[in-house]
Design a protein around this ligand. Structure first.
Ligand code: UT7
Length: 332
């Protein structure tokens, strides 16, 4: 077995300036701040209002900052992986656009379609490239302009989602730090509960699909909620048991920020205390593939070398997964 592991050596995030508060949503749909906060934990989310900018812009900002922070030459980047459900275009990939924008001209780049589980899929895949010994610098950047696929007349979905991007740099480590284990799952049973009906090859855009509002997120929230709690708790427990992790010796649970109640139930089921759960859903909402790196970015100053982290996510597909990481650095 290879000794090389893929360690996160830097993290950065980017969110657009414009804030969409619960108070503003009250003017748009029949909802109220009290309902949104108590049912989801969300107070506000960021929205990229510029119609000429999209996920690649958000991802580019996150990656540019990451390269600066880590003093990395873009020409040294081998691979950029971009999990996203809101690519700028169906093709070329958003990862490809980000690589071009940051000057990573020696990298190859591709997107991952795994909805809210995109980041755990992406980091697991990126780690495999590093472990071969052939790739030395890999970036995973979750980037989402969710506002481009949200119906702001549908109170069941428009309160949840926000825009943003988060990126990590992965490099080889032979001292036992980095991505130590992962488990990923998918089950098409979920496709009817969370999807976008049109815009793909099954139902290309037409006047009818637009009139029927089929280019927006469709979600049956209660069903997804139940699957999300059982999916994230079971897979996190599996990873913890397999690696001798318990509620005591785990430093951080880093869950996809879907809904505060989902995160609370998940943590409780696996015996992780609330103060060990990274949470920033109140200010960004659900940014799909960007939630986990945005959490790592927000909590970076609290992370210490040797900390044990379990990242976990659940999303459309269904897709779900968990990743065990031993944190590799103290922030300077
Ligand atoms: O990111 C990965 C995948 N996504 C998720 O993990 C999301 C999972 N689901 C959820 O987070 C929650 O199901 C929602 C936040 C989407 C909805 O919360 P809920 O507690 O499951 O509400 P509900 O759908 O059961 O609706 C309860 C009531 C309904 O009214 P009645 O039928 O009881 O009169 C809804 O019409 O709340 C109503 N409602 C609202 N009321 C005020 C639904 N949305 C709103 C709203 N404001 N925005």
């Amino acid at each position: 077995m290879t000794k090389i592991k893929a360690a996160i050596t830097g993290v950065n995030g980017y969110v657009p300036e414009d804030i969409l508060s619960n108070k503003e949503l009250e003017k748009m749909v029949d909802t109220n701040d009290e309902w949104i906060v108590s049912r989801t934990g969300i107070s506000e989310r960021r929205i990229l209002k510029d119609k000429d900018k999209a996920s690649a812009f958000l991802g580019t900002q996150a990656v540019k900052g990451l390269l600066e922070k880590t003093n990395t030459n873009p020409l040294d980047i081998d691979l950029i992986v971009c999990p996203t459900v809101t690519p700028d275009m169906i093709f070329p990939s958003t990862a490809n656009l980000i690589a071009g924008a940051v000057g990573a001209t020696n990298a190859f780049a591709f997107d991952i379609s795994a909805a809210c589980s995109g980041f755990v899929y992406g980091i697991s895949m990126a780690a495999q490239f590093i472990e071969t010994g052939r790739y030395k610098k890999v970036i995973v950047v979750g980037a989402e302009k969710m506002s481009s696929i949200v119906d702001y007349t549908d109170r069941a979905t428009c309160i949840i989602f926000g825009d943003g991007a988060g990126a990590v740099l992965l490099e080889p480590n032979e001292e036992g730090y980095g991505v130590l284990d992962f488990e990923l799952k998918s089950d098409a049973v979920g496709k009817e509960f969370l999807h976008m009906k049109a815009g793909g090859s099954l139902k290309p855009a037409s006047h009818e699909t637009i009139d029927a509002k089929e280019h927006f997120v469709y979600q049956e929230g209660q069903t997804v909620f139940k699957y999300a709690v059982s999916g994230m708790s079971e897979i996190s427990k599996l990873i913890m048991d397999r690696n001798g992790l318990t509620g005591e010796n785990l430093t951080w649970l880093v869950p996809h920020q879907a809904n505060k109640r989902i995160l609370d139930y998940t943590a409780k089921r696996i015996g992780v205390a609330p103060e060990k759960v990274m949470m920033n859903i109140a200010k960004y909402g659900n940014t799909t593939a960007a939630t986990i790196p945005l959490c790592l970015w927000d909590y970076e100053s609290q992370l210490k070398k040797g900390d044990t982290l379990v990242l976990t996510a659940f999303g459309g597909g269904f897709t779900w997964g968990a990743v065990y990481i031993k944190w590799a650095y103290d922030k300077q």
